[in-house]
Design a protein. Structure first.
Lengths: 106, 154
C-alpha cells in the first residue's frame, strides 16, 4: 500500500526520469561500441546527439504518462522516500555509467 | 558571433543554476505565501535549462568540430574524449531532471513534507551537476586554448 503524499504525475515522471537516465546511459554505451547503431543515429537527424536527445525526450514523456496512469490512476505504488531514492539514484547511476565509460574508454 | 553564442550558453546555464538555487532556498521556507513564487521559478528553471540546451546544442552541432580537431591534436585530449563526451551526455539527463521541477511544484509543497524533500533533492542535484557542467565547459575551452598556444622553448 502506497503512503505517498505526492500526486500521480509527480510519481510517474520521477520514476520516468530514473529509468530514462539509465536507458540514456546504456544507449550511449551501445552507440559508442556499435558503429552500425552510431551510423543509424547519425542518419535519422543531423547529429547522433540530436537523435539521442529526441529518444530520451520521447521515452521520458511516454513512460511518465504511462506510469502516472498506472495503479488505477494513482501512479507507482512507492512511498515518498522510496521515490526520492529511486529518482536521485537513477539519475546518478546514469551519470556514473557515462563518466565511467569515458574514463575507462577515453 | 559564434563565440557570443557560446557565452550566451554559459550565461543561461549560470542563470539556470542561480534560479534552481533560489527554488531550493524558497522550498526550505515554503509557505502559503511563497508557493506561487516556487511554482513560477520552477517554470523559469525549465525555460533557462532548455534555452541552455538549445543554444549550446546548436553551437555543438554546427561549430564544435574544428575546436574538437584542435583539442585532439593538443596536449589536453581528455578535454574532449572525457570531459566533453561526458558533459554532452550527462546534460541530456539533467534536462529531464530539471523538467521535473514544475511537476513537483504542482503538489502543495508547503503542506507535504515528501514534496518538499523531493524538491530539495532535485534542486540540489541540479545546482551541483550544473556547476559540474560549468567547470567542464571551462576545461573544454582550456583544452582548445592549450592546443593553440605556441610551444615555448620548443
Amino acid at each position: 500500500m502506497s503512503t505517498s503524499t505526492l500526486n500521480a504525475q509527480t510519481r510517474g515522471f520521477c520514476l520516468s526520469v530514473a529509468i530514462t537516465s539509465v536507458a540514456s546511459a546504456l544507449l550511449m554505451v551501445a552507440k559508442e561500441t556499435n558503429p552500425g547503431l552510431m551510423g543509424f543515429m547519425k542518419t535519422i537527424t543531423v547529429h547522433h546527439w540530436v537523435s539521442h536527445g529526441i529518444f530520451n525526450l520521447l521515452l521520458f514523456l511516454a513512460l511518465g504518462m504511462l506510469l502516472a496512469r498506472s495503479n488505477n490512476g494513482q501512479g507507482p505504488a512507492m512511498d515518498d522516500d522510496q521515490l526520492i531514492n529511486v529518482t536521485a539514484g537513477g539519475f546518478l547511476l546514469g551519470c556514473a555509467i557515462i563518466a565511467g565509460f569515458f574514463l575507462i574508454g577515453g | 558571433m559564434t563565440l557570443a553564442i557560446l557565452l550566451l550558453h554559459a550565461l543561461t546555464g549560470m542563470l539556470f543554476i542561480f534560479t534552481a538555487g533560489f527554488v531550493f532556498v524558497d522550498t526550505l521556507n515554503a509557505s502559503a505565501d511563497n508557493i506561487e513564487r516556487i511554482r513560477l521559478m520552477s517554470r523559469l528553471v525549465v525555460v533557462l535549462l532548455w534555452l541552455t540546451y538549445f543554444i549550446g546544442g546548436w553551437w555543438y552541432v554546427v561549430n564544435y568540430a574544428p575546436e574538437k580537431a584542435f583539442i585532439m591534436k593538443g596536449p589536453w585530449k581528455f578535454a574532449h574524449s572525457l570531459v566533453m563526451e561526458t558533459k554532452e551526455h550527462v546534460f541530456l539527463g539533467l534536462l529531464l531532471l530539471g523538467t521535473l521541477l514544475p511537476i513537483i511544484a504542482t503538489n502543495d509543497i508547503h503542506k507535504s513534507a515528501g514534496a518538499r524533500k523531493l524538491m530539495l533533492w532535485v534542486t540540489t542535484l541540479l545546482v551541483l551537476v550544473g556547476f559540474g557542467m560549468d567547470g567542464a565547459g571551462a576545461i573544454i575551452s582550456l583544452g582548445a586554448k592549450v592546443a593553440l598556444l605556441p610551444v615555448v622553448g620548443g
